[in-house]
Design a protein around this ligand. Structure first.
Ligand code: ADP
Ligand code: MG
Length: 386
Protein backbone atom coordinates (compact mmCIF):
# COMPACT_ATOMS: atom_id res chain seq x y z
CA UNK A 1 0.00 0.00 0.00
CA UNK A 2 2.69 2.48 1.03
CA UNK A 3 4.66 1.72 -2.12
CA UNK A 4 1.57 2.08 -4.25
CA UNK A 5 0.82 5.43 -2.62
CA UNK A 6 4.30 6.75 -3.24
CA UNK A 7 4.21 5.68 -6.87
CA UNK A 8 0.83 7.39 -7.24
CA UNK A 9 2.31 10.62 -5.84
CA UNK A 10 5.48 10.33 -7.92
CA UNK A 11 3.56 9.47 -11.09
CA UNK A 12 1.19 12.39 -10.60
CA UNK A 13 4.10 14.79 -10.10
CA UNK A 14 5.93 13.46 -13.16
CA UNK A 15 2.87 13.78 -15.44
CA UNK A 16 1.38 17.00 -14.14
CA UNK A 17 4.32 18.89 -12.58
CA UNK A 18 2.64 19.47 -9.22
CA UNK A 19 1.53 17.55 -6.15
CA UNK A 20 -1.90 15.86 -5.92
CA UNK A 21 -4.50 17.17 -3.48
CA UNK A 22 -5.20 13.71 -2.15
CA UNK A 23 -5.10 9.96 -2.74
CA UNK A 24 -8.18 7.76 -2.91
CA UNK A 25 -8.12 4.00 -3.11
CA UNK A 26 -10.48 1.15 -3.97
CA UNK A 27 -9.91 -2.61 -3.90
CA UNK A 28 -10.46 -5.33 -6.42
CA UNK A 29 -12.85 -8.04 -5.35
CA UNK A 30 -13.28 -11.73 -5.47
CA UNK A 31 -16.61 -13.45 -5.30
CA UNK A 32 -16.78 -16.11 -2.62
CA UNK A 33 -20.02 -17.51 -4.06
CA UNK A 34 -23.01 -16.37 -6.15
CA UNK A 35 -22.00 -16.28 -9.80
CA UNK A 36 -24.13 -14.66 -12.52
CA UNK A 37 -26.83 -14.18 -9.90
CA UNK A 38 -26.40 -10.39 -9.74
CA UNK A 39 -28.13 -9.50 -12.99
CA UNK A 40 -30.85 -12.00 -12.09
CA UNK A 41 -31.63 -9.81 -9.08
CA UNK A 42 -30.39 -12.53 -6.75
CA UNK A 43 -27.70 -12.85 -4.07
CA UNK A 44 -23.93 -12.52 -4.18
CA UNK A 45 -21.25 -12.83 -1.53
CA UNK A 46 -18.06 -11.06 -2.63
CA UNK A 47 -15.21 -9.65 -0.59
CA UNK A 48 -12.93 -6.70 -1.21
CA UNK A 49 -9.32 -7.86 -1.45
CA UNK A 50 -5.97 -6.45 -0.41
CA UNK A 51 -5.12 -5.53 -4.01
CA UNK A 52 -5.99 -1.93 -4.71
CA UNK A 53 -6.17 0.86 -7.24
CA UNK A 54 -5.06 4.30 -6.12
CA UNK A 55 -5.98 7.55 -7.77
CA UNK A 56 -3.98 10.70 -7.04
CA UNK A 57 -6.09 13.70 -7.95
CA UNK A 58 -6.12 17.49 -7.88
CA UNK A 59 -8.70 19.96 -9.16
CA UNK A 60 -7.98 22.36 -12.04
CA UNK A 61 -9.13 25.95 -12.49
CA UNK A 62 -10.66 25.15 -15.86
CA UNK A 63 -13.08 22.50 -17.21
CA UNK A 64 -10.45 20.12 -18.52
CA UNK A 65 -10.13 16.53 -17.26
CA UNK A 66 -6.71 14.93 -17.70
CA UNK A 67 -6.29 11.28 -16.75
CA UNK A 68 -3.12 9.22 -16.77
CA UNK A 69 -2.27 5.73 -15.61
CA UNK A 70 0.90 3.78 -14.95
CA UNK A 71 -0.62 1.31 -17.47
CA UNK A 72 -0.63 3.79 -20.33
CA UNK A 73 1.90 6.18 -21.82
CA UNK A 74 -0.56 8.70 -23.11
CA UNK A 75 -2.33 11.22 -20.91
CA UNK A 76 -5.95 11.51 -22.06
CA UNK A 77 -7.60 14.94 -22.05
CA UNK A 78 -11.27 15.80 -22.38
CA UNK A 79 -13.31 18.90 -21.58
CA UNK A 80 -16.31 18.48 -19.29
CA UNK A 81 -18.51 19.97 -22.03
CA UNK A 82 -17.51 17.11 -24.34
CA UNK A 83 -18.22 14.43 -21.76
CA UNK A 84 -20.54 12.01 -23.55
CA UNK A 85 -20.11 8.22 -23.81
CA UNK A 86 -19.45 8.48 -27.55
CA UNK A 87 -16.26 10.46 -26.85
CA UNK A 88 -14.82 7.87 -24.48
CA UNK A 89 -12.68 4.91 -25.48
CA UNK A 90 -10.02 2.51 -24.24
CA UNK A 91 -8.85 2.50 -20.62
CA UNK A 92 -9.78 6.14 -20.01
CA UNK A 93 -13.43 5.19 -20.53
CA UNK A 94 -13.32 3.82 -16.97
CA UNK A 95 -12.28 6.98 -15.07
CA UNK A 96 -14.00 9.42 -17.44
CA UNK A 97 -17.04 7.16 -17.69
CA UNK A 98 -17.45 7.54 -13.93
CA UNK A 99 -17.37 11.31 -14.24
CA UNK A 100 -20.15 11.06 -16.83
CA UNK A 101 -22.15 8.59 -14.76
CA UNK A 102 -22.00 10.82 -11.67
CA UNK A 103 -23.71 13.42 -13.85
CA UNK A 104 -26.51 10.91 -14.42
CA UNK A 105 -26.84 10.55 -10.64
CA UNK A 106 -27.19 14.21 -9.79
CA UNK A 107 -23.77 15.83 -10.17
CA UNK A 108 -24.17 19.16 -11.96
CA UNK A 109 -21.46 18.64 -14.56
CA UNK A 110 -22.16 22.09 -15.98
CA UNK A 111 -20.86 23.66 -12.78
CA UNK A 112 -17.94 21.51 -11.60
CA UNK A 113 -14.22 22.03 -12.19
CA UNK A 114 -11.92 19.78 -14.15
CA UNK A 115 -9.16 17.71 -12.59
CA UNK A 116 -5.87 15.94 -13.13
CA UNK A 117 -5.76 12.28 -12.08
CA UNK A 118 -3.04 9.67 -12.03
CA UNK A 119 -3.86 6.02 -11.43
CA UNK A 120 -1.76 3.12 -10.17
CA UNK A 121 -2.91 -0.38 -9.28
CA UNK A 122 -1.78 -3.79 -8.12
CA UNK A 123 -5.07 -5.48 -9.02
CA UNK A 124 -4.28 -7.95 -11.81
CA UNK A 125 -6.15 -6.99 -14.98
CA UNK A 126 -8.49 -9.49 -16.59
CA UNK A 127 -8.04 -12.11 -13.86
CA UNK A 128 -11.63 -11.91 -12.67
CA UNK A 129 -10.66 -9.72 -9.72
CA UNK A 130 -12.39 -6.67 -11.15
CA UNK A 131 -9.61 -4.20 -11.77
CA UNK A 132 -12.38 -2.35 -13.62
CA UNK A 133 -14.49 -1.84 -10.48
CA UNK A 134 -11.37 -0.87 -8.56
CA UNK A 135 -10.56 1.95 -10.97
CA UNK A 136 -14.22 3.04 -11.19
CA UNK A 137 -14.71 3.09 -7.43
CA UNK A 138 -11.41 4.83 -6.67
CA UNK A 139 -12.34 7.59 -9.11
CA UNK A 140 -15.94 7.65 -7.86
CA UNK A 141 -14.96 8.30 -4.23
CA UNK A 142 -12.37 10.85 -5.35
CA UNK A 143 -14.84 12.83 -7.46
CA UNK A 144 -17.54 12.50 -4.79
CA UNK A 145 -15.14 14.36 -2.48
CA UNK A 146 -13.71 16.77 -5.05
CA UNK A 147 -17.11 17.85 -6.34
CA UNK A 148 -18.68 17.67 -2.85
CA UNK A 149 -21.50 15.53 -4.16
CA UNK A 150 -22.30 13.80 -0.88
CA UNK A 151 -23.53 10.72 -2.75
CA UNK A 152 -24.03 7.52 -0.76
CA UNK A 153 -21.86 4.49 -1.42
CA UNK A 154 -24.80 2.64 -2.95
CA UNK A 155 -25.29 5.47 -5.44
CA UNK A 156 -21.59 5.41 -6.31
CA UNK A 157 -21.96 1.67 -6.95
CA UNK A 158 -24.84 2.35 -9.35
CA UNK A 159 -22.77 5.03 -11.09
CA UNK A 160 -19.94 2.51 -11.53
CA UNK A 161 -22.32 -0.02 -13.00
CA UNK A 162 -23.81 2.58 -15.34
CA UNK A 163 -20.34 3.56 -16.57
CA UNK A 164 -19.45 -0.05 -17.17
CA UNK A 165 -22.75 -0.76 -18.98
CA UNK A 166 -23.20 2.42 -20.99
CA UNK A 167 -19.66 3.64 -21.56
CA UNK A 168 -17.46 0.54 -21.58
CA UNK A 169 -20.29 -1.57 -23.00
CA UNK A 170 -19.95 -4.50 -20.58
CA UNK A 171 -23.37 -5.73 -19.43
CA UNK A 172 -22.28 -6.39 -15.84
CA UNK A 173 -24.32 -6.27 -12.63
CA UNK A 174 -23.88 -4.28 -9.43
CA UNK A 175 -21.74 -6.77 -7.51
CA UNK A 176 -18.22 -5.63 -8.32
CA UNK A 177 -18.72 -1.99 -7.37
CA UNK A 178 -20.67 -2.93 -4.23
CA UNK A 179 -17.82 -5.16 -3.02
CA UNK A 180 -15.20 -2.56 -3.84
CA UNK A 181 -17.11 0.14 -1.96
CA UNK A 182 -18.56 -1.78 1.00
CA UNK A 183 -15.95 -4.48 1.79
CA UNK A 184 -14.46 -4.89 5.26
CA UNK A 185 -11.42 -6.63 6.77
CA UNK A 186 -12.00 -10.42 7.18
CA UNK A 187 -15.62 -10.06 6.05
CA UNK A 188 -17.81 -10.70 3.02
CA UNK A 189 -20.52 -8.46 1.59
CA UNK A 190 -23.90 -10.18 1.39
CA UNK A 191 -25.73 -8.27 -1.29
CA UNK A 192 -29.32 -8.57 -2.38
CA UNK A 193 -29.06 -7.38 -5.95
CA UNK A 194 -32.78 -6.56 -6.11
CA UNK A 195 -33.19 -4.36 -3.05
CA UNK A 196 -29.48 -3.45 -3.04
CA UNK A 197 -29.56 -4.16 0.69
CA UNK A 198 -26.03 -5.01 1.76
CA UNK A 199 -24.85 -6.64 4.94
CA UNK A 200 -21.29 -7.21 6.05
CA UNK A 201 -20.87 -10.79 7.34
CA UNK A 202 -17.75 -11.87 9.26
CA UNK A 203 -15.74 -14.35 7.21
CA UNK A 204 -13.51 -15.54 10.04
CA UNK A 205 -10.64 -16.87 7.92
CA UNK A 206 -7.99 -15.44 10.23
CA UNK A 207 -9.14 -17.10 13.47
CA UNK A 208 -9.86 -20.38 11.62
CA UNK A 209 -6.33 -20.51 10.16
CA UNK A 210 -7.67 -20.45 6.61
CA UNK A 211 -6.43 -18.65 3.52
CA UNK A 212 -8.17 -17.76 0.30
CA UNK A 213 -5.88 -18.84 -2.52
CA UNK A 214 -6.39 -17.27 -5.94
CA UNK A 215 -5.36 -19.43 -8.85
CA UNK A 216 -5.22 -17.20 -11.91
CA UNK A 217 -5.48 -19.54 -14.87
CA UNK A 218 -3.90 -16.97 -17.22
CA UNK A 219 -6.70 -17.71 -19.65
CA UNK A 220 -8.07 -14.29 -20.52
CA UNK A 221 -11.79 -13.69 -20.43
CA UNK A 222 -13.83 -11.32 -22.58
CA UNK A 223 -16.77 -9.87 -20.70
CA UNK A 224 -18.38 -7.59 -23.21
CA UNK A 225 -18.68 -10.25 -25.89
CA UNK A 226 -19.82 -13.77 -26.51
CA UNK A 227 -20.51 -16.06 -23.62
CA UNK A 228 -21.43 -13.51 -20.99
CA UNK A 229 -24.03 -11.80 -23.16
CA UNK A 230 -25.49 -15.12 -24.26
CA UNK A 231 -25.81 -16.32 -20.64
CA UNK A 232 -27.66 -13.13 -19.79
CA UNK A 233 -29.94 -13.65 -22.75
CA UNK A 234 -30.68 -17.24 -21.62
CA UNK A 235 -31.55 -16.01 -18.14
CA UNK A 236 -33.89 -13.35 -19.53
CA UNK A 237 -35.56 -15.93 -21.76
CA UNK A 238 -35.92 -18.36 -18.85
CA UNK A 239 -37.54 -15.71 -16.65
CA UNK A 240 -39.91 -14.64 -19.42
CA UNK A 241 -41.02 -18.19 -20.20
CA UNK A 242 -41.47 -18.94 -16.50
CA UNK A 243 -43.54 -15.78 -16.11
CA UNK A 244 -41.40 -14.09 -13.45
CA UNK A 245 -39.74 -10.65 -13.47
CA UNK A 246 -36.33 -12.21 -12.79
CA UNK A 247 -34.90 -15.66 -12.01
CA UNK A 248 -34.58 -14.46 -8.43
CA UNK A 249 -38.28 -15.13 -8.14
CA UNK A 250 -37.89 -18.87 -8.72
CA UNK A 251 -37.09 -21.36 -5.97
CA UNK A 252 -35.83 -24.93 -6.06
CA UNK A 253 -39.46 -26.13 -5.97
CA UNK A 254 -40.08 -24.42 -9.36
CA UNK A 255 -37.43 -26.47 -11.13
CA UNK A 256 -39.74 -29.36 -12.00
CA UNK A 257 -42.04 -26.99 -13.90
CA UNK A 258 -39.02 -25.32 -15.50
CA UNK A 259 -37.82 -28.71 -16.75
CA UNK A 260 -41.15 -29.24 -18.52
CA UNK A 261 -41.43 -25.75 -19.95
CA UNK A 262 -37.91 -24.91 -21.07
CA UNK A 263 -35.54 -26.38 -23.61
CA UNK A 264 -32.69 -28.32 -22.04
CA UNK A 265 -30.08 -25.59 -22.35
CA UNK A 266 -32.27 -22.81 -20.97
CA UNK A 267 -33.35 -25.14 -18.16
CA UNK A 268 -29.77 -25.79 -17.11
CA UNK A 269 -28.99 -22.06 -17.17
CA UNK A 270 -32.03 -21.44 -14.97
CA UNK A 271 -31.13 -24.30 -12.63
CA UNK A 272 -27.70 -22.83 -12.07
CA UNK A 273 -29.13 -19.46 -11.05
CA UNK A 274 -31.81 -20.95 -8.79
CA UNK A 275 -29.45 -23.33 -6.98
CA UNK A 276 -26.68 -20.73 -6.81
CA UNK A 277 -28.96 -18.26 -5.05
CA UNK A 278 -29.82 -21.02 -2.60
CA UNK A 279 -26.11 -21.74 -2.04
CA UNK A 280 -25.39 -18.08 -1.27
CA UNK A 281 -28.10 -18.08 1.39
CA UNK A 282 -26.76 -21.33 2.84
CA UNK A 283 -23.21 -19.98 2.84
CA UNK A 284 -24.29 -16.93 4.83
CA UNK A 285 -26.11 -19.11 7.34
CA UNK A 286 -23.18 -21.53 7.60
CA UNK A 287 -20.68 -18.71 8.11
CA UNK A 288 -22.83 -17.34 10.89
CA UNK A 289 -23.44 -20.65 12.62
CA UNK A 290 -20.30 -22.69 11.98
CA UNK A 291 -17.64 -20.47 10.40
CA UNK A 292 -15.70 -20.78 7.13
CA UNK A 293 -14.40 -24.32 7.67
CA UNK A 294 -17.93 -25.59 7.02
CA UNK A 295 -18.59 -23.94 3.62
CA UNK A 296 -16.40 -26.21 1.47
CA UNK A 297 -19.19 -28.36 0.04
CA UNK A 298 -21.10 -25.25 -1.05
CA UNK A 299 -18.07 -23.93 -2.95
CA UNK A 300 -17.59 -27.31 -4.62
CA UNK A 301 -21.25 -27.55 -5.63
CA UNK A 302 -21.10 -24.04 -7.06
CA UNK A 303 -18.20 -25.01 -9.30
CA UNK A 304 -19.98 -28.10 -10.63
CA UNK A 305 -23.07 -26.03 -11.36
CA UNK A 306 -21.02 -23.52 -13.34
CA UNK A 307 -19.16 -26.27 -15.16
CA UNK A 308 -22.14 -28.43 -16.08
CA UNK A 309 -25.27 -26.24 -16.00
CA UNK A 310 -24.06 -22.73 -16.81
CA UNK A 311 -21.10 -23.97 -18.87
CA UNK A 312 -18.79 -21.07 -18.18
CA UNK A 313 -15.74 -22.93 -16.95
CA UNK A 314 -12.68 -23.87 -19.00
CA UNK A 315 -10.44 -26.96 -18.62
CA UNK A 316 -7.73 -24.93 -16.86
CA UNK A 317 -10.18 -23.79 -14.17
CA UNK A 318 -11.59 -27.30 -13.73
CA UNK A 319 -8.07 -28.62 -13.29
CA UNK A 320 -7.20 -25.92 -10.76
CA UNK A 321 -10.30 -26.70 -8.72
CA UNK A 322 -9.94 -30.48 -8.83
CA UNK A 323 -6.23 -30.42 -8.02
CA UNK A 324 -6.61 -27.95 -5.14
CA UNK A 325 -9.37 -30.09 -3.64
CA UNK A 326 -7.35 -33.29 -4.00
CA UNK A 327 -4.37 -31.59 -2.32
CA UNK A 328 -6.37 -30.58 0.76
CA UNK A 329 -8.40 -27.46 -0.02
CA UNK A 330 -11.61 -27.23 2.01
CA UNK A 331 -13.52 -26.17 -1.08
CA UNK A 332 -12.78 -24.60 -4.46
CA UNK A 333 -14.57 -23.02 -7.39
CA UNK A 334 -14.00 -20.87 -10.40
CA UNK A 335 -14.91 -17.26 -9.69
CA UNK A 336 -15.93 -14.30 -11.81
CA UNK A 337 -17.73 -14.19 -15.11
CA UNK A 338 -16.08 -17.31 -16.47
CA UNK A 339 -14.41 -18.36 -19.73
CA UNK A 340 -11.05 -17.87 -18.05
CA UNK A 341 -9.85 -15.80 -15.15
CA UNK A 342 -9.34 -17.27 -11.71
CA UNK A 343 -10.41 -20.02 -9.34
CA UNK A 344 -10.47 -19.66 -5.57
CA UNK A 345 -9.58 -22.31 -3.05
CA UNK A 346 -10.32 -22.06 0.64
CA UNK A 347 -7.29 -23.72 2.21
CA UNK A 348 -5.76 -24.44 5.62
CA UNK A 349 -2.88 -21.93 5.73
CA UNK A 350 -0.30 -24.63 6.41
CA UNK A 351 -1.18 -26.52 3.22
CA UNK A 352 -0.47 -23.58 0.92
CA UNK A 353 2.95 -24.82 -0.33
CA UNK A 354 1.58 -28.32 -0.98
CA UNK A 355 -1.50 -27.08 -2.83
CA UNK A 356 0.42 -24.56 -4.92
CA UNK A 357 2.96 -27.22 -5.87
CA UNK A 358 0.23 -29.70 -6.82
CA UNK A 359 -1.65 -27.18 -8.99
CA UNK A 360 1.59 -26.03 -10.65
CA UNK A 361 2.59 -29.62 -11.42
CA UNK A 362 -0.85 -30.49 -12.81
CA UNK A 363 -0.75 -27.50 -15.18
CA UNK A 364 2.75 -28.45 -16.35
CA UNK A 365 1.65 -32.04 -16.95
CA UNK A 366 -1.19 -30.88 -19.20
CA UNK A 367 1.04 -28.44 -21.04
CA UNK A 368 -0.91 -25.39 -19.79
CA UNK A 369 0.69 -22.00 -19.16
CA UNK A 370 1.78 -21.83 -15.51
CA UNK A 371 -0.98 -20.36 -13.31
CA UNK A 372 -0.27 -17.39 -11.07
CA UNK A 373 -1.17 -18.10 -7.44
CA UNK A 374 -1.46 -15.76 -4.50
CA UNK A 375 -3.36 -15.43 -1.25
CA UNK A 376 -5.83 -12.58 -0.75
CA UNK A 377 -7.23 -11.26 2.49
CA UNK A 378 -10.57 -9.55 2.84
CA UNK A 379 -9.89 -5.81 3.04
CA UNK A 380 -11.70 -2.51 3.56
CA UNK A 381 -13.61 -0.89 0.71
CA UNK A 382 -12.94 2.39 -1.11
CA UNK A 383 -11.85 5.41 0.90
CA UNK A 384 -9.65 8.48 0.94
CA UNK A 385 -6.15 7.36 1.83
CA UNK A 386 -4.38 10.62 2.57
P1 ADP B 1 -11.25 -7.16 -14.82
O1 ADP B 1 -11.71 -8.55 -14.64
O2 ADP B 1 -9.86 -6.98 -14.33
O3 ADP B 1 -12.21 -6.15 -14.28
P2 ADP B 1 -12.04 -5.88 -17.27
O4 ADP B 1 -11.80 -6.24 -18.69
O5 ADP B 1 -13.40 -5.73 -16.78
O6 ADP B 1 -11.20 -6.93 -16.40
O7 ADP B 1 -11.32 -4.49 -16.97
C1 ADP B 1 -9.93 -4.32 -17.29
C2 ADP B 1 -9.74 -2.99 -17.98
O8 ADP B 1 -9.91 -1.92 -17.01
C3 ADP B 1 -8.34 -2.79 -18.51
O9 ADP B 1 -8.20 -3.35 -19.79
C4 ADP B 1 -8.22 -1.28 -18.53
O10 ADP B 1 -8.88 -0.74 -19.67
C5 ADP B 1 -9.02 -0.86 -17.31
N1 ADP B 1 -8.13 -0.69 -16.14
C6 ADP B 1 -8.12 -1.43 -15.01
N2 ADP B 1 -7.19 -0.98 -14.15
C7 ADP B 1 -6.58 0.07 -14.76
C8 ADP B 1 -5.53 0.96 -14.40
N3 ADP B 1 -4.90 0.88 -13.22
N4 ADP B 1 -5.18 1.91 -15.29
C9 ADP B 1 -5.81 2.00 -16.48
N5 ADP B 1 -6.78 1.20 -16.87
C10 ADP B 1 -7.19 0.24 -16.03
MG1 MG C 1 -14.22 -6.00 -14.91
Amino acid sequence: MTNLCSSARAGFAARFGRAPDGLWSAPGRVNLIGEHTDYNEGFVLPLAIDRRTIVALAPRDDRLMRVASSFAERTVELGLDDLIPENLADWSAYPLGIAWALGQFGADLGAVTGFDAYIVSDVPVGAGLSSSAAIECAVAVALNDLWQLGLELRTLALAGQLAENQVVGAPTGIMDQSASLLGRVDAVVFLDCRSLHAEVIPLGCDPAGLDLLIIDSQVSHAHSTGGYASRRASCELGARLMGVPALRDLGVSDLARAAELLDDETFRRVRHIVTENQRVLETVQTLREQGPTAIGALLDASHLSMRDDFEISVPELDLAVETARAAGAIGARMTGGGFGGAAIALIPSGLRPVIEAAVGAAFTARGYVAPVMFVVRAADGAHKVE
